[in-house]
Design a protein around this ligand. Sequence first.
Ligand SMILES: [Fe+2]
Length: 195
Amino acid sequence: MSDALGQKDSYTQAHARRVAAYAERLAQRMGLPNDQVRQIALGGMLHDVGKLALSDRIFSSKQTALSEDLLDEVHSHPLIGAALLRNISCDNAIVEVVLYHHERLDGSGYPFGLGADEIPFNALLVSVADCFDAITTDRPYQRRKSRAHAFSIMNQMAGPALPRDMVALMIEEVRTHGMESNMSAPPPLPRAANG
Ligand SMILES: [Fe+2]
């Protein structure tokens, strides 16, 4: 699924790999059991899998602000991803990460606007990794921030949007072991010669 997403948008696939790695590192730093670390890593890898169903206009857009229609479509990707994974009987702990990774503690997230105690722990952890990678990598509409600037943005999100303890440990982890490489996109899948 992740490779299929890479055929549509190589940034999203490389992002998924980095988010999986950051989320796994954060889960290990938090001392979570191995089974849970694995669920979190897989949830990180698959968190944006619902973007498979988004129109190509979204991936090619270089606009900072998408039209309302396209924004609604983007906001549906957690629901689409969760439905895709439920169809193949994926572990519910992984489905929850995909479904809730854009929820925020203050209720400002999507697709449900859940409150702090309604968002599953694993989804919050992957959100921390997701935000950090989004801030520190180039996107078509946004240049990456320096590590110090990224830490300051993450510290502003700690409390209202993301759990303070997870953000503090994410920053500590990156200070200790560094950032994931931005060059982690795998080679393209083989294509048939005659289409
Ligand atoms: Fe997402």
